[in-house]
Design a protein around this ligand. Structure first.
Ligand code: PGA
Length: 252
């Protein structure tokens, strides 16, 4: 059954991030009241920065606790140390984890430094850890201009699982804005698969700015195809796109 994801269009990223962060706070408190943990799938990149800023504010000003949260990050570059300024481990700690009360043992980020020989088993173990935690309650996503979710580039099948992936030149070029040069951007990463993402009970994808407008249109209103992995979200029963006006500007 196809159910086109819901779409919310907000005046700017801060307004959209505020709404999504408030919905997440409600989910955490609802589950906490039933003594249940909240399992989150988390994203990196420029897009979720205002969302993490809002979560930090909800924690510091409103006492939102993350003690009951178990987190799983979508992806990590292969070959960057945790302390590398562009590692996603470091990004997550700087943007969120260092500022909230999440229990360090409950943080899961694929490890891009494990030996090549055990990378595959590391990916399989990551999948098992998600399952053992009860599955992801809410998966946060950005979207790449290629249509990727996580680092699942065009061509990735909808049932793919956490694995080693190649980054496209377009994605490396796009992410080179965070590095000194494109040569420093890794060529490979570990990414949750499309199947891993689609197993989440609820999915929230954020996209901002004019440069994301064409891919947002393809994801929401184009055919469901592995040419645009984000289009798989059209078949998810509980996926919502949180957009600013510019990112929504090419939607019918
Ligand atoms: P961005 O990346 O948030 O840096 O635009 C999004 C993505 O690649 O998923």
């Amino acid at each position: 059954m196809t159910s086109i994801p819901g779409t919310q269009v907000h005046p700017d990223p801060a307004a959209a991030a505020h709404v999504l962060a408030t919905e997440l706070a409600d989910l955490i408190m609802l589950r906490e009241a039933k003594s249940l943990p909240t399992v989150l799938g988390l994203a990196t990149g420029g897009t979720p920065i205002p969302f993490y800023q809002e979560l930090r504010r909800l924690h510091s000003e409103h006492g939102l606790s993350f003690k009951g949260v178990i987190s799983f990050n979508l992806d990590e570059y292969i070959g960057l140390d945790r302390q590398h300024p562009q590692s996603y481990w470091r990004f997550m700690h700087e943007q969120l984890f260092d500022h909230i009360d999440i229990i360090p043992e409950n943080i899961h980020i694929p490890d891009g430094t494990v030996d090549e020989l055990v990378l595959r088993s590391h990916c399989a173990a990551y999948e098992r850890t998600i399952k053992n935690a009860g599955g992801i309650d809410l998966q946060i996503l950005g979207i790449g201009t290629t249509g990727h979710i996580g680092f699942n580039e065009p061509g990735t099948t909808r049932d793919s699982r956490t694995d080693i992936v190649d980054l496209t030149e377009e994605t490396r070029m796009s992410n080179s804005r965070f590095f000194d040069s494109i040569d420093e951007v890794p060529t490979k990463a570990i990414s949750m698969g499309c199947g891993t993402i689609l197993d989440a009970k609820q999915i929230a994808l954020m996209a901002w700015g004019e440069q994301k407008a064409p891919v947002v249109r393809r994801a929401l209103q184009g055919p469901v195809t592995s040419d645009c992995p984000a289009s798989f979200l059209q078949d998810h029963p509980n996926a919502t796109f949180y957009l600013d006006e510019a990112a929504a500007s090419q939607l019918d």
